[in-house]
Design a protein around this ligand. Structure first.
Ligand code: FPP
Length: 262
């Protein structure tokens, strides 16, 4: 059931990390961690929908993951296929719009057909926008967007809006909250353009142990964060400190400044 929670995070993105370490710590092969991790995905999708999140983007396979052992790569392909088969009915019934972003050309034809079919069936869905980043890299996405723009507009200077409009899924807009499980604190080439002003949350929990209750807790806990987007609240008059700063600024402005770099 959908909640009335005033959730400021419209677009939540998750780096589902820690599968391999979770499995190895239990003397299992790394792929076991991915298999167990894939079970958590449906739960988190359901919770995001319940919490009124508008877009949920999950990092399932990065461009860098191609260098992993073939068994691991094949397992991740298989898990995507199984997810679609298992969740298709529920996705349609819950009016969820399903999309995959990234280069899926090396995937088996059957998996690609399943992806295209579910994307088509849900293209007009009005509920949660569920995106799987698969064969995805943030730098690749930006380069692709720029090239796409140049092709359509030869000789024209690119703006921020142009770049955003040519991203893989332009309508999902900026990420509001980026969560990474597994304990590492990096963004790993994920949605580089879209996370410019995202709130970041890192949890030590490995993805196979991540639960809907922790997801909910993160949303509730970070929902109060004040997001200033590089700005501060404006007041009409200056206080004492600001007057002093203003005077310093006037003195500084007499010296010449210069931009470095291109
Ligand atoms: C990182 O863990 C995780 C991945 C590379 C894949 C994430 C995939 C899933 C959670 C399952 C896929 C599910 C579907 C539905 C497609 P890691 O192996 O890098 O873990 P480590 O940092 O512990 O080594």
């Amino acid at each position: 059931m959908k909640e009335t929670l005033e959730n400021q995070f419209k677009h939540v993105a998750i780096i589902m990390d820690g599968n391999g370490r979770w499995a190895e710590a239990r003397s299992h092969a790394r792929v076991w961690g991915h298999i167990r991790g894939s079970r958590i995905v449906s739960e988190i999708v359901e919770e995001a929908d319940d919490l009124g999140v508008e877009s949920l983007t999950l990092y399932a396979f990065s461009t860098e993951n191609w260098s992993r052992p073939l068994l691991e790569v094949k397992t991740l392909f298989l898990l995507l296929k199984k997810f679609i088969k298992k969740e298709k009915k529920r996705i349609i019934a819950n009016d969820i719009r399903f999309k995959v972003m990234g280069d899926i050309s090396p995937l088996p034809d059957e998996t690609k057909s399943l992806i295209y079919e579910l994307e088509t069936l849900t293209k007009n869905a009005k509920g949660l926008k569920l995106n799987f980043a698969f064969g995805y890299g943030g730098r690749d996405e930006i380069i692709k967007s720029v090239n796409c723009f140049i092709k359509k507009n030869p000789g024209k200077e690119l703006t921020k809006e142009d770049l955003a409009e040519n991203l893989l899924i332009p309508e999902i807009k900026d990420v509001d909250l980026l969560i990474r499980t597994g304990g590492d604190m990096r963004v790993s080439n994920f949605l580089l353009w879209q996370i410019a002003y995202a709130e970041l949350y890192f949890t030590k929990t490995k993805w196979p142990e991540f639960k809907r209750s922790e997801f909910r807790q993160i949303i509730l806990e970070t929902n109060d964060r004040e997001r200033r987007f590089g700005s501060v609240e404006k007041t009409d008059s200056l206080n004492e400190n600001e007057m002093r700063a203003d005077e310093n600024l006037r003195l500084m402005s007499s010296s010449k400044t210069e931009w470095r770099g291109n």
